[in-house]
Design a protein around this ligand. Sequence first.
Ligand SMILES: CC(C)(COP(=O)(O)OP(=O)(O)OC[C@H]1O[C@@H](n2cnc3c(N)ncnc32)[C@H](O)[C@@H]1OP(=O)(O)O)[C@@H](O)C(=O)NCCC(=O)NCCS
Length: 353
Amino acid sequence: MPLRRKKSVPAPPTGPQPKGTGTLATLPGNRHAAILGVGGYRPERVVDNNEICEVLDSSDQWIRERSGIVTRHIAAKDGESVIDMSEAAARGAIEMAGIDPEQIGCIIIATVSHPYQTPAAAPLLAVRIGADTAAAFDISAACAGYCHGITLASDMVRAGTVDYALVVGVERLSDFTDPTDRGTAFIFADGAGAAVVGKSDTEGIGPTIWGSDGKHWDVIAQRDSWIDVREQDLGWPTIVMQGQTVFRWAVWGMAPVAKRALDAAGVTVDDLDAFIPHQANMRIIDAMAKQLKLPDDVVIARDIATTGNTSAASVPLATERLLREGEAPRGGLALQLGFGAGLSYAAQVIRLP
Ligand SMILES: CC(C)(COP(=O)(O)OP(=O)(O)OC[C@H]1O[C@@H](n2cnc3c(N)ncnc32)[C@H](O)[C@@H]1OP(=O)(O)O)[C@@H](O)C(=O)NCCC(=O)NCCS
């Protein structure tokens, strides 16, 4: 980066003196960014509630009534890894965006179920899709991860850091779920969703409203740290959840976040074509829609019924489905909202690709 020496920036009066006190050349900034394509991958195996109840003390009726989930997709042992599913979803998004993989400057994978502490999943995905030299890293923001990724990608494109970024939300939660846990076994599922964010002539991604509440760090969490697992021989650390606390937080805390995202984008519910919240629980989705007073003609994503809760993958998977099935119009406005472990959340209004 060339450094223009100017005398205008004063050096600190004491301590070591910097070599240069000039300004740095910077990126162009202020470009528009939009989601140009989305893709999704659902594992082949469909598991219904009766199969879940072969080991879980529950019933099809209870699961349907309390969560709205009828079936979910569970990844196979071989061939449907976090990387495999990401690749399939990414290829769909790249195809819709109409770009070459080499044009992708950055790959962000949002996941909490990539089974390696390091390296991240994203560099391997980069090689798989032919974006070999793209910057590539993972982020951990659980069910809010995809919307966090869209924020980062949008800001990178707007700033001029990259022209195109790939954001993937992917989970193989079946690897981290106790099939006998009544609070999670029927909820969590597997899948991947992806989006290409790129430069655009018009604005396509509104300002993000996001945040966290670390006071409730433990309400959805890996049961034990890796260190405790090793030192106390605790067994596989699955993800556990305080369902009612999460439920209340989501219902009462997230609708105001969604409203702020609408305000920040300068639109109202009447301008929306679709509402795409994290697919956590059908009752949470219904309660949010009611609080937001969504008009009847706003399509509400209810992918959870046949996809389950796929954490970081749920918003892009639901988006991909609404477009593929023609339920939401291409070019329409959608309010998307991710929330989950951390606790963490992020919402933004986007123009559908
Ligand atoms: C998990 C969840 C569906 C449980 O529903 P709930 O209505 O809160 O269930 P409760 O824990 O209050 O239990 C209600 C009753 O159902 C029973 N129950 C709990 N889990 C059950 C299960 N899997 N099957 C059958 N019965 C169950 C309880 O024992 C209790 O029975 P009781 O009334 O006789 O004591 C709900 O809390 C939820 O959806 N939470 C948020 C989940 C979520 O969104 N997670 C992801 C966030 S990213």
